[in-house]
Design a protein around this ligand. Structure first.
Ligand SMILES: C[C@H](O)[C@H](O)[C@H]1CNC2=NC(N)=NC(=O)C2=N1
Length: 101
């Protein structure tokens, strides 16, 4: 099982993850993505879902029209692990391909 990152390791990982931040009251990371329209938001979710399923590591997320709110944590570990950082990186790359920095 992946190990929870220390607060220090989490902070330095977040420094390299534009848009992501720690969540209040819970060991997790979060980002809200805003796309051009629903089609792009759902396209992002479709692509991210394939990565998540491939890695057996899944986001908590909510879509409203063109926004997608994502929270990542490793439930088995009770906090943020490298698996969350890797998924966050992949999500940023997918969003980047869709024109969202
Ligand atoms: C059995 C299966 O491997 C686990 O339930 C996986 C699935 N996806 C998961 N996703 C996330 N984010 N955290 C987990 O602990 C987790 N566990």
């Amino acid at each position: 099982m992946a190990e929870r990152l220390s607060a220090e390791a989490r902070k330095s990982a977040l420094a390299e993850l534009p848009g992501w931040s720690e969540t209040a009251g819970r060991d997790a990371i979060a980002r809200t993505f805003t796309f051009k329209d629903f089609n792009e938001a759902f396209g992002f979710m479709s692509r991210a879902a394939l990565v998540a399923e491939k890695n057996d590591h899944h986001p908590e997320w909510k879509n409203v029209y063109k926004t997608v709110e994502v929270v990542l944590a490793t439930h088995d570990a009770g906090g943020v692990t490298k698996r969350d950082i890797d998924l966050a990186k992949a999500m940023n790359a997918i969003a980047g391909q869709l024109g969202v920095a």
